[in-house]
Write a protein that binds this ligand. Structure first.
Ligand SMILES: Nc1ncnc2c1ncn2[C@@H]1O[C@H](COP(=O)(O)OP(=O)(O)OP(=O)(O)O)[C@@H](O)[C@H]1O
Ligand SMILES: [Mg+2]
Length: 372
């Protein structure tokens, strides 16, 4: 990597659109006017419902698809301007793994991993050394001679990762790479992807429909809906302040910190005090745990009894994010003063009256699905 490469994005979409002609009816615009930079070296999650255009978006990166308008630039190469040779070079620099692994059943683990090297013209000895190194990295050194039919799903995906890394790509695309795996195996594969990023410096792009995967390993997230990028940014910031309703739904599935309507009704009947929800994390907070400190300190300072009745806080990108719902009891004026002081340092809402200032606020409580 040269010095100039470190400032340029790894992948840059500029007004990229991919339209497919339909056999009958209107053409389908799978990717619709996407302008987006993916920085070198991180792990970016692309999330969205089925049909949102995620696979098409990443297939634009290794030029399996070309944009019908706009451009996709991958480490300085504009995909629509490449010769056959340029395309081959691009595909050596962009590895890809798939949900269904796509291994060749007639070749052993070593044969699968070495295949892209054979295609690239490596000598037998060079291939053998490289394959051994790759299998060591993914923890499959013992299984070099085994055929895919005798591997578990997790092992198959690790073979897929080793094969994708064979030519030392600077970018690794993972399309639903863990969707066919159980939770424990998913963990292992995600850990491996994180190692690929940290230890090899590979830029990783992970497609998923599970926000949990994004929360686990990604540092940036791109949310797609109907071919468009509806939200993107630092994972912590997006989780703390999801501005689009679709993002709020994804985030709520992971954080589960805001009480559901029936839970809220139960809480209100059990706790006579005033209920307030205090957001933790988000742009408003400059300290590490300002809101958490405030929740512990402020009610007590006003002689108000405070009980945490619901909530959840999770570490994302090394910072806490979530919310705490408190029941505050005491003298009415003291409770009001405590709420006012809390509001000065953290975002405080009444869980029964979620605020509607979407876009500028900091919790999933802005969702349209919340009780009014
Ligand atoms: N080769 C193609 N020809 C016609 N339509 C296509 C083609 N590839 C994708 N599409 C359409 O483009 C839209 C986006 O598809 P895409 O596979 O990119 O979505 P996705 O977000 O990956 O979905 P999933 O989560 O189900 O994998 C869909 O409506 C799909 O039917
Ligand atoms: Mg897909």
């Amino acid at each position: 990597m040269t010095a100039s490469d470190t400032t340029a994005p790894a992948i840059s979409f500029a007004g990229a659109t991919r339209t497919f002609p339909a056999r009958r009816g209107a053409p389908v615009t799978a990717v619709d006017d996407v302008t987006l930079d993916i920085a070198e070296g991180g792990i970016t999650g692309v999330i969205g419902w089925s049909g949102a255009g995620k696979s098409t978006l990443v297939r634009l990166v290794n030029a399996l698809e070309l944009p019908t308008s706009g451009t996709v630039t991958v480490r300085g190469r504009v995909t629509t301007e490449l010769s056959e040779r340029g395309l081959a070079e691009l595909r050596r620099e962009v590895g890809m793994i798939f949900q269904q692994f796509a291994l060749m059943s007639s070749r052993t683990v070593a044969g699968n991993v070495g295949y892209p090297l054979a295609v690239a013209g490596w000598s037998r000895e060079a291939r053998r050394a490289r394959v051994a190194e790759l299998l060591e990295f993914v923890g499959l050194a013992d299984l070099a001679g085994r055929y895919p039919a005798r591997l578990s799903g997790g092992q198959k995906q690790r073979v897929g990762i080793a094969r994708a890394l064979a030519t030392s790509p600077s970018i690794l695309l993972a399309d639903e790479a863990t969707s066919a795996l159980d939770p424990q195996t998913t963990r292992e594969v995600l850990d491996l992807l994180r190692r690929v990023n940290r230890e090899l410096g590979t830029t990783v792009v992970v497609i998923t429909h599970e926000m949990e995967v994004v929360a686990d390993i990604c540092d940036r997230v791109v949310v797609m809906e109907a071919g468009r990028v509806i939200e993107s940014g630092d994972v912590h910031d997006v989780f703390a302040a999801p501005s689009h309703p679709a993002t709020q739904r994804f985030v709520r599935g992971v954080l589960q910190d805001v009480p559901a309507p029936d839970t809220l009704a139960r809480l209100a009947s059990r706790h006579p005090g005033r209920l307030v929800t205090v957001a933790v994390g988000g742009a408003a907070e400059d300290g590490d745990d300002t809101a958490q400190d405030a929740v512990a300190r402020i009610p007590a300072a006003h002689g108000v009894r405070s009980t945490v009745v619901h909530g959840g806080i999770r570490e994302l990108g090394g910072r806490p994010v979530g919310s705490l719902t408190l029941s505050l009891t005491g003298d009415d004026d003291a409770v009001a003063a405590a709420v006012a002081e809390l509001s000065a340092v953290a975002r405080v809402t009444d869980p029964r009256q979620p605020d509607t200032t979407a876009g500028t606020t900091a919790t999933p409580s802005t969702s349209t699905e919340r009780p009014a």
